[in-house]
Design a binder for this molecule. Structure first.
Ligand code: ADP
Ligand code: MG
Length: 219
């Protein structure tokens, strides 16, 4: 499902080069739930941004579903971001003026022009415990509920891969456990492939495999 070979990413910050990835290698199979742990600055988010085609690598190969990302046209890359990869950000990134339902629908509409939730997706909303919160705007939702709406939004287009960048980073321990259980359920019940960044060992233990990053490499 995911193949990363000898990946490098160098950012130019003013007149200094920041070597965020320095020869990272990774393979993830369909249906895996992998946690990615490592100190702040070790390159975790950079790796995810490259996997999600949000930013290009400096060198190295990334294959998603057998396709080399650098062979994709701009249209293919946009399609990958809409259809193949679902992103959950630490800070939710919900649109404040839209209610929960419309935050999800807008993503669905952009991808395929649809506005209706499938029965399977309704079930996901039930599992997430937010089916009865769909008419609420983000400010009327708790942090945990907002994070679960963000997870639902990442799943609405049935992505092959869910990338979650510190999805419990802003949650208290109760909400954190709830979100982690849900990710584990999605993985077990729907075979959802999940990569989750965390710097919390308890969170990492919900995944079935854990990889460690240090200085831009996967150990
Ligand atoms: P992590 O998610 O593990 O904390 P990041 O991938 O965010 O690590 O960052 C890795 C390194 O790259 C850090 O030194 C960070 O400061 C740097 N970095 C990340 N994004 C940028 C950027 N857009 N421009 C310049 N440097 C960046
Ligand atoms: Mg990060």
């Amino acid at each position: 499902m995911i193949q990363v070979l000898n990946l490098y990413k160098t950012y130019r910050a003013g007149d200094v080069d920041v070597h965020a990835l320095q020869g990272a290698n990774l393979e993830v199979s369909k249906g895996e739930f992998v946690s990615v742990v490592g100190a702040s600055g070790s390159g975790k988010s950079t790796l995810f941004n490259i996997l999600g085609a949000l930013t290009p690598p400096t060198s190295g190969i990334v294959r998603i579903d057998g396709k080399d990302l650098k062979d994709l046209s701009n249209a293919d890359r946009a399609k990958l971001r809409k259809d193949t990869v679902g992103f959950v950000f630490q800070k939710y990134n919900l649109l404040p003026t839209l209610n929960a339902e419309d935050n999800i629908r807008i993503v669905q509409f952009i991808a395929n022009g649809r506005m209706q939730f499938s029965s399977e997706f309704q079930e996901i909303l039930n599992i997430l415990g937010i089916a009865d919160r769909m008419k609420h705007k983000p400010r009327a939702l708790s942090g945990g509920q907002q994070q679960r709406v963000a997870i639902a939004r990442a799943l609405v287009n049935r992505p092959a891969i869910l990338l979650a960048d510190e999805p419990t980073g802003n949650l208290d321990s109760q909400n954190s456990t709830a979100v982690l259980k849900l990710l584990a359920d999605l993985n077990q019940q729907f075979g959802q492939t999940i990569l989750m960044i965390t710097h919390d060992q308890v969170a990492a233990s919900f995944a079935r495999r854990s990889i460690h990053m240090r200085d831009g490499q996967i150990l």
